[in-house]
Design a protein around this ligand. Structure first.
Ligand code: LLP
Length: 436
């Protein structure tokens, strides 16, 4: 998919660059991103809104993969940016991302983070709870500024996805409940405040969602509420943010619909609701993360040790694992992989790919068909672009891999590999002396 193909050496090539050359230059493990594919995905969302004549913002959920270069790429493609912490905001500012297109999320933004948001006059703060609503209004008053906000509501919709990443149901740490009246209380507070400029509402029903039903049900519930707010409080929502969560194909078993179809079906419902309830169609914002960068990322590993448990299983270990991709261990996430240096060879055996961390759960892929692999072969694991680097860690004090962008035959290092010096960089020596 994307610009990936097999070249005449039988090597996997991405963005016109031979992955084996990438390995020679940057070592393994290494995250490789197909930049053209990210641009394509961004255009897919934006063009669909344009075609439908809907005023929209497509905000890249940078939690999926946030680095300075990635944020700059999002800017080049005219995306807005969703950040969820001081660190993601700092990255956006370091990348010179236009502040009026930054949306600030999070269920426990600190005073310092909110001050940072106000100081930089972000386009929107998505207020999650009563504590934040009050704190933000206070800070605005102290600084004598007005903040543009959305209220995050939980519409009580369960999207069909993995339990760990469900965020839309009423019993959730996120947002104001629609059913229990908390959203209405919050709305009144926001309307009454001289310091809060309430643009509208936000909801996010989950992640890696394959159908539009959840989005459509959420939109319906929210419209019913908006109608009531219009009649009882005279409030009209300028913006409706429907969050992210559009699923991607990790393996053959996954069957997502194209991005354009998500947008088309959701917008059809929005228009329908607006017409039925005689309301204006609000500006629609969405926040895709995974679907913009997920399948654009490939991780290259070198194969090392092998272990054959007779009549049971063959293990092949790679030089990374749950430190650079925690998703299999955390969510039982599935991935597909090939040998990048022998991409034309047909699979001869079934192997399970182990990471190098000291933990039995550190398995990247179970039962993968592969040609008979040798040490030094290069394994390419696909679709690691979202929540791979973003959730990487230094478990076992393993340095994080570098990130390389490829496009039109050129490779560009955008995050350098961590060194052992980086690993001890923040450590301070023990001060107490012991006499013995
Ligand atoms: N907007 C909000 C408010 C979110 O909470 C999220 C994801 C997104 C947008 C982007 O969702 P996406 O389009 O990427 O599905 N670590 C998990 C995913 C956690 C998603 C959290 N929120 C994973 O690796 O699958």
């Amino acid at each position: 998919h994307g610009t990936s193909k097999i070249n005449n050496k039988g090597h996997l090539e991405i963005g016109g660059v031979d992955t084996i050359e990438i390995v020679k230059e940057f070592g393994t493990p290494v995250y490789v991103y197909d930049v053209a594919l990210i641009r394509d995905r961004a255009k897919g969302f934006k063009d669909t809104f344009e075609k439908l004549g809907i005023k929209a913002q497509v905000a890249y959920a940078s939690k999926a993969f946030s680095t300075v270069a990635m944020v700059q790429l999002a800017d080049q493609e005219g995306l807005s940016l969703d950040v969820v912490s001081g660190g993601e905001l700092y990255t956006a500012l370091a990348a010179d991302f236009p502040v009026d297109r930054i949306h600030f999320h999070g269920n426990n933004k600190s005073r310092e983070e909110l001050e940072m948001a106000l100081e930089h006059r972000l386009g929107c703060i998505v207020v999650d709870n009563f504590h934040e609503l009050q704190l933000l209004a206070e800070l605005c008053e102290i600084k004598n500024v007005r903040a543009k906000i959305l209220l995050r509501v939980t519409p009580g919709i369960e999207a069909h996805t993995h339990d760990y990443i469900l965020t839309g149901q009423e019993d959730s740490k996120f947002g104001f409940g629609l059913q229990n009246g908390q959203a209405t209380t919050a709305l009144k507070t926001a309307i009454d405040s001289d310091y809060l400029d309430l643009l509208g509402v936000h909801c996010h029903i989950g992640s890696q969602i394959f159908e539009t039903t959840g989005f459509i049900l959420a939109a319906r519930k929210i419209f019913t509420q908006l109608k009531e707010w219009k009649e009882s409080l005279g409030f009209e929502s300028k913006v409706l943010n429907l969050g992210g969560g559009f699923g991607i194909r990790y393996t053959q078993e996954d069957d997502p619909i194209p991005a354009s179809q998500y947008v088309e079906e959701i917008i059809a419902e929005v228009k329908d609701q607006a017409e039925k309830l005689s309301m204006e169609v609000p500006e629609i914002w969405i926040e895709p993360g995974r679907s913009l960068v997920g399948d654009a990322g490939t991780t290259l590993y070198q194969i090392g040790s092998k272990k054959d448990v007779p009549n049971v299983r063959k293990y092949l270990a790679v030089d990374g694992g749950m430190s650079d991709n925690i998703r299999p261990a955390l969510y039982e996430a599935k991935y597909e992989a090939i040998l990048a240096n022998r991409a034309l060879e047909t699979p001869e055996e079934t192997v399970s790919i182990a990471g190098k961390c000291c933990e039995s759960g550190d398995m990247l892929i179970w039962d993968l068909p592969l040609p008979k692999a040798e040490s030094n072969d290069v394994l390419a694991v696909f679709c690691t672009g979202a929540y791979g680097y973003a959730m990487s860690n230094n478990y076992n004090r393993i340095p994080k891999p570098p990130v390389v962008f490829v496009e039109k035959g050129k490779a560009q290092l955008v995050v350098r590999r961590e060194t052992f010096d980086d690993i001890v960089r923040l450590d301070l020596p023990l001060k107490t002396k012991v006499n013995n």
